[in-house]
Write a protein that binds this ligand. Structure first.
Ligand SMILES: Nc1ncnc2c1ncn2[C@@H]1O[C@H](COP(=O)(O)OP(=O)(O)OP(=O)(O)O)[C@@H](O)[C@H]1O
Ligand SMILES: O=C(O)C[C@H](Cc1nc2cc(Cl)cc(Cl)c2[nH]1)c1ccc(Cl)cc1
Length: 321
């Protein structure tokens, strides 16, 4: 497919100044501004291609969505949520960056950070399990990014190793925000009690299921309400999976997996490090209000020695062993 044939379109360049102020300048970016390369992967409604900006030479991943398919599959809402969420999460190294969006008569385009390391899931499968040092490093980067997302009023709702990509330095980039929940943007979301019901109340909530069976929180299964603590549940499942090589709740089908979750039916393999076991046990708590908070998780002994903040993102990723 020759991507150059498409028309140019209006995109928005967002600039974040040193003091964090974000200015958006409309720049005319379109298909013609990029050289498209290999296909990096396919989603249900998307193709992701490597591409380079013809003027700067800079490399990106461009996610291309077919408009007809999006409309037919009733995914317009998800695409616009993904765009709005990525536009809210512009200044953290752990979130995949959205540089431009544009469209032409046939497709929508997201110009994103290129993550040449692929999915964390793929790396984990090749390694079978991560050792404690690697699990601590990746666990810390994921937790640091969850803290940032929550501070910006974003609940991801589908955290899982497939949605954790690795950049050129093998650092984490969280992606796939189409099913995120955006809390109303208020100054400083911290400490905000976010048990406010979802935009649609229970009875007329679209019963469309959010999330992926193995990582979905019990509260989403029982009262359909996701909250920030739901991301902490998924985080607990991910830490368990890094060290065990499989998620804690996995059965022959989704229904059986749900049964295991609501029954807290899981156990640790022999040799699972005690300090990590304690962290996971405090995260995989059925009552979201009794689940380990983000702050307490950061201070848990499993993360002893982690330099939180900028240092975490400037250090070399540990060799995968
Ligand atoms: N920024 C990126 N850099 C490199 N590869 C990427 C990037 N974003 C996505 N990919 C890869 O492209 C593939 C498709 O990703 P995409 O987000 O379009 O769909 P998906 O979310 O994986 O699938 P679905 O839409 O069914 O959930 C994925 O396998 C992912 O590994
Ligand atoms: O906010 C904007 O810039 C405008 C549009 C909004 C938008 N226009 C659409 C047209 C179609 Cl056919 C489908 C979707 Cl999901 C559409 N979303 C847009 C353009 C590009 C991308 Cl990647 C997302 C949304």
């Amino acid at each position: 497919e020759d991507w150059q044939e498409r028309g140019a379109a209006v995109g928005v360049r967002r600039e974040v100044a040193a003091d964090g102020t974000v200015t958006t300048r409309p720049v005319k970016k379109g298909v013609k501004d990029f050289n498209f390369g290999q296909t990096l992967g396919e989603g249900s409604y998307s193709t992701v291609l490597a591409a380079s900006d013809r003027s700067s030479g800079r490399e990106y991943a461009i996610k291309v969505l077919d408009k007809k398919h999006i409309i037919k599959e009733k995914k317009v809402k998800y695409v616009n949520i993904e765009k709005d969420t990525l536009n809210r999460l512009t200044d953290h190294p752990g979130v995949v960056r959205l540089y431009y969006t544009f469209q032409d008569e046939r497709s929508l385009y997201f110009v994103l950070d290129l993550c040449p390391g692929g999915e964390l899931l793929g790396v984990l499968k090749r390694m079978s399990t991560f050792d404690e040092e690697c699990s601590r490093f990746y666990g810390a980067q994921i937790l640091d990014t969850i803290e940032y997302m929550h501070s910006r009023g974003v609940i991801h709702r589908d955290l899982k190793p497939e949605n954790l990509l690795l950049d050129g330095n093998r650092h984490i980039k969280v992606t796939d925000f189409g099913t995120a929940k955006l809390l109303p943007e208020r100054r400083g979301n911290e400490g905000q009690v976010d048990f406010e019901p979802d935009s649609t109340s229970n009875e007329n909530r679209a019963s469309s299921f959010v999330g992926t069976a193995e990582y979905v929180s019990p509260e989403l299964l029982t009262d359909k309400n996701a909250c920030k603590a739901s991301d902490m549940w998924a985080f607990g499942c991910i830490v368990y999976q890094l060290l065990a090589g499989r998620p804690p709740f996995k059965a022959v089908n989704d229904y059986q997996t749900f049964q295991k979750i609501v029954g807290l039916d899981y156990d640790f393999p022999r040799g699972f490090p005690e300090v990590a076991r304690d962290l996971v046990e405090r995260l995989l708590v059925l009552d979201p209000q009794r689940r380990l908070s983000l702050e307490h998780a950061k201070n848990h002994p499993f993360f002893t020695g982690v330099k939180w903040g900028r240092g975490l993102w400037e250090q070399k990723a540990p060799r995968l062993k």
